[in-house]
Design a protein around this ligand. Structure first.
Ligand code: ACO
Length: 427
């Protein structure tokens, strides 16, 4: 059996043999399909990239029908149970789990880069008191580009490694300061005695106590959430990272763009939207009426559905367990019952079942974040901390790809054909 696709162009009666590699045909192979020799050739029209692979990647594997997610081959459930975010970030970035020595060096190197330049603090201090922390986050990441001008040497692996360390280490500091700024509290300097996530909690919540000790259950829960969010192959923000990176922009500029893509309510802003939805529903007895409004087309059930997962999002399963552990420490949020009832009803309802709409990662994460003391505006920022590891891993993979070219989609032009300019007085 030949690994080819035969295409018959019924306009001309001509046949074409197109090779199939990795279950994929190359869209550029369609260009030979022409009516006349001077035709541009056939294009694939795929707005929103529903069926277009934009790269070859060895980082994250997803089987959306079976609900499988693996980083570098390791199942997400095993990483969430046994790994730490710092170790998982190393795995994503360097392809293998670190040895004990490699992990110790990675931790030490990261803790050496946690501090922010004092001018960055001043820059962040310039935002209005009510600025959205995600707006502060993405602008500050972009501004880092001006502090590390050598980051433009993207073909230098040593420079890339330095920027990677800086980014993974500094995003929690930026996120924490964005939060402190919104509540009028001073910047907290890092505590190198604490873990990556423990230090982040200290930078967020430390008050006047000389030493801040995070609750170990909450620290672990947040670490698990970072692991679950660390990468998700070619989603909206990651493709943005690769798109910007393909123009040879530095990683800070690229990551600022990726964070901007994550800001939207259909992506990283979804858990904020979930919480607002749960608050609006208010109590379990209002759930059936709310589900009816969704089915009638008046809004979506936020936290449900996914472009790739057509079964239960494996991250949502882990998060549900994490939620139980967190609520044992913080007390149970009554909105959890609303969420559970929504899930129960939706999973039995033909509208959701027939469209394969299941809870995604964001359905329960907002409840956990809220229980830990975060305002919904901080949710996408927390997502961005975990995803930074994935964004950089994908950017690094892009730069190592010798066949890389600047991303430049085509279009199907549907506007006016040529016409003559009409002077203002004649319009
Ligand atoms: N509630 C109700 N109906 C839905 C939902 C939902 N959450 N999601 C999809 N549908 C319906 C659509 O109305 C459509 O129905 P139709 O065929 O009758 O027109 C069908 O399911 C397919 O929906 P699409 O919009 O084509 O699916 P797409 O793959 O483009 O969208 C998305 C995926 C954006 C995640 C969508 O499911 C959604 O908006 N969900 C809510 C927002 C959300 O939770 N986003 C977080 C995603 S996870 C992440 O970014 C980390």
């Amino acid at each position: 059996m030949a690994d080819t696709l035969t295409i018959t162009d019924n306009r001309t009666g001509k046949q074409y043999e197109i090779p199939i590699t990795d279950e994929t045909i190359r869209a550029t192979d369609l260009r030979q399909v022409k009516v006349n020799p001077d035709d541009f050739g056939l294009m694939a029209y795929d707005p929103a990239f529903l069926n277009t692979a934009s790269c070859r990647s060895a980082i994250t594997f997803i089987d959306g029908d079976k609900g499988i997610l693996r980083y570098r081959g390791y199942p997400i459930e095993q990483l969430a149970e046994q790994s730490s975010f710092v170790e998982t970030a190393y795995l994503l970035l360097y392809g293998e789990l670190p040895t004990e020595t490699e992990l110790a060096t990675w931790r030490k190197d990261l803790s050496g880069h946690v501090l922010l330049h004092e001018n960055i603090k001043m820059f962040m201090g310039g935002f209005r008191y009510d600025a959205h922390p995600m707006g502060i986050f993405l602008s500050t990441v972009g501004a880092l580009s001006t502090f590390y001008p050598l980051a433009k040497n993207i073909d230098d692996p040593d420079s890339r490694r330095r920027q990677t360390l800086r980014l993974v280490a500094k995003v929690p500091s930026i996120a924490a300061y964005a939060f402190r700024h919104s509540v009028g509290k001073p910047y907290v300097y890092p505590d190198s005695e604490l873990s990556y996530t423990g230090n982040f909690l200290s930078q967020l919540f430390k008050r006047t106590e000389p030493v801040y000790r995070p609750d170990p259950v909450l620290e672990r829960a947040l670490d698990v959430l970072f692991i679950l969010h660390a990468d998700h192959e070619q989603n909206c923000s990651t493709s943005t990272m690769r798109n910007i990176g393909s123009s040879n922009a530095d990683p800070y500029a690229s990551l600022a763009g990726a964070a901007a893509a994550l800001y939207g309510p259909l992506h990283g802003g979804a858990n904020e939207a979930v919480l607002r939805m749960l608050n609006k529903i208010g109590s379990v007895d209002h759930v059936p009426a709310f589900v009816k409004t969704v089915k009638d087309g008046q809004g979506r059930l936020m936290g449900f559905g996914h472009r790739v997962y057509k079964s239960y999002d494996p991250r949502a399963k882990v998060i549900k367990e994490t939620a139980d552990q967190v609520f044992e420490v913080t007390g149970r949020d009554p909105l959890l019952d609303v969420a559970l009832e929504l899930e129960r009803i939706a999973l039995q309802d033909d509208y959701f079942v027939s469209r394969k709409l299941y809870p995604n990662v964001d359905f329960y994460s907002g409840l956990i974040y809220q229980a830990m003391g975060f305002d919904p505006a901080m949710f996408p920022v927390l997502f961005a901390i975990g995803r930074t590891a994935g964004w950089i891993a994908q950017w690094e993979e892009l730069l190592r790809d010798d066949t890389r070219k600047i991303a430049r989609p085509r279009q199907v032009y549907i506007g006016e054909s040529e016409r003559d300019y009409v002077p203002l007085s004649a319009r």
